[in-house]
Design a protein around this ligand. Sequence first.
Ligand code: PGA
Length: 252
Amino acid sequence: MRNTLIAGNWKMNGSTSANAELVSGINAGAPATDSVELLVCPPFPYLAAVLADTAGSKVAVGAQNVSAHESGAFTGEVAPSMLADLGCEYVIVGHSERRTLYGETSVDVAAKFKAALGAGLRPILCIGETLEEREAGQTEAVVDEQLDAVIESVGIANFATAVIAYEPVWAIGTGMTATPEQAQDVHAHIRSRLAKHDAAIAESTQILYGGSMKGENAAGLLAKADIDGGLIGGASLQAADFLAIANAAAQG
Ligand code: PGA
């Protein structure tokens, strides 16, 4: 049985004091059940403080991006080994904002995924289609291309510690959530794509849904067989909102 992972992607939000308040609220209200895992992904400058504030709690910490390089002359970049050295467990790779605003290609994303694994981090690979692509009937082709680029680069065995997040671009930050059925269809497709390579990995890999997930719609999404958690932006910035999702997961 796969655990449910409720992950907060804080994006470029927060401050020392706001983060401390958010983390203490999450720590205080985290559901006790082991089957629900919690993760927060703050901006780089706050990772160390959030790691300190979550030490000994059930909240894991991840970064939102990482370099594909190990060290050297890459001004402004952060190496996977640095994140691991700090104590981060996860890193998000291939978020649609990175792909569209910063031109990251599937090849770049595969390189980051590989580098993250090399440092012992668990990559959260984000994939998903735009509204135009969905309306053109290309959803499966788009997620296949984004997934296959990584499988071809690292091999299916390297998905053993990875997480996949299906995030339809049209649902991110728009309030337009995919219906549980729409999400489940794509999640099942992703799992079957993994299964073509390795049935055991397909069965154990957590596939999160992301895109305007909130307390009110989380239970319906998380009830679906292939939806193993959420990657949450807007609703991860207030402890009560994030915990509403975590509690929906715990009750499911
Ligand atoms: P959202 O963001 O929950 O604000 O839609 C999700 C994400 O981008 O990971």
